[in-house]
Structure formats: C-alpha cells, structure tokens
Design a binder for this molecule. Sequence first.
Ligand code: C5P
Length: 229
Amino acid sequence: MTKLIVALDVDSLAEAEKAVDKLGGKVEWFKVGKQLFTAEGPAIVAMLKKKGFKVFLDLKFHDIPNTVAQAVKSALSIGADMVNFHATGGSEMIRTAVEKNRPSYPDAELIAVTVLTSSGQSVLDELQIAGTPEDAVLRFAGLAKNAGADGVVCSALEIEALKKAYGSEFKVVVPGIRPKGSSVDDQKRIMTPKQASDLGADYIVVGRPIMKAADPVAAAEAVLAELSM
Ligand code: C5P
C-alpha cells in the first residue's frame, strides 16, 4: 500500500503547525525540507513527533563520509524516521552513513537522491555524467542499493524500471504527483497518485496540491481515496 507524505513547504513553525493540525486526522507522514528546517531547526521535528507523526527530513546530505554519517545520526536522534543523502556522494559516503546508524536505528528509512527531477539532459552533459537521466537514475540507484541504502527518491516514470532492476523491497519515494485537475506548478514529469501507486510507489510526496488547496483536508482525502482504489 502506497503511503502519502505531505511536504510541509512553508516558512515557519506556526504555519506548519496550522497545516498539521488540519491534516493530522488523515495524514501520517510529513516531509520537512531545507526551507522549513533552515528557518526553524529541530523544533519542527519535535513538534511533529510530539503529535505522533512520522517525519521525512529531506535535507539531501552530500559531504565527506564522516560528516554525512554524523549528520544522519543527528537527524535520527532528533526523531526523523526517513532521511536522505545524494547518491552522487558515492558508495563510501552512503555505506559509512548506513553502517554507523543502522544498529541504533534499525527501522529508519535511509534513502538516496538519484538525479534531481529538475536536472535534465543538459545538466548531466554539463557535469559529464554519461547517458540519459533515466540511465543515471538506474545507475545511481544500483550504487545506493549496493552501499546499503533502503531506497531512492525518483520520478514516477522510473518506478517500474527501478523495481524491476532492484526488487520490490527497494523503496521508491516519488514526488511530482498531481491528482487529476490540480495545477502542474513547476513539476515536469508528473503522474496521478493512482498511477504511481499502481506502478508500485512505496511513498508519494505531495506538496502544493494539498497545502495550497482551498480545502487541504478534502484534497488529502481525495489523494488517499485514490491510493486505496
Ligand atoms: O508541491 P509539490 O507537490 O511539487 O512538492 C513536491 C515536494 O517534493 C517538494 O518539497 C520538492 O522539493 C520535493 N522534491 C521534488 N522533486 C525531487 C525531490 C524532491 O519535487 N526530485
């Protein structure tokens, strides 16, 4: 069953708490990214954990192995249930982060970012990364899996290939989700919740279609209804 993660892309703890209190009866997971975490820090995670929610701390770490391992440890110690790092940090960085933290946090989801959905062919060419974005996603996901990551963030278009290549246990976390009739915003490669769920997404990340809806609770309910179809 695909789980919904609502992206709390707001500026302040007060705004986040307002949204969470509205959606709380329906939604189990919230994602805190760089915008909110840089402004509010661990207090935002503490607020969510106190209210009983699961937290995806989307800080996309990329640094020397020891620093990433320690940052992941800090993220887990403040209560994050899912954390991520860039696959392009390499195997040693991922393996060090996983080996350092797995024993103390066996249930944590340690997720790699493959190729950002905003990075198209021209960015890969500029960086001299071989192949298409899809090739790179598969390659980076393989590297992440071999280094011990639990899964990857990817676009809905890559779910099928990833599950085929790396098995159903390897988690896929999918942003760029747009329920029928909602605004596309700046997302390019989108799918509906039902399409992503049918393809085997473990988690979908939905921000604006819920957070900016006239009725966020109804919007979240509609997404959840699609996931259980
Ligand atoms: O508002 P929207 O549903 O587009 O929000 C998607 C969320 O997922 C945002 O927080 C965005 O930063 C994040 N994300 C993404 N694409 C990625 C990785 C993360 O849209 N490749």
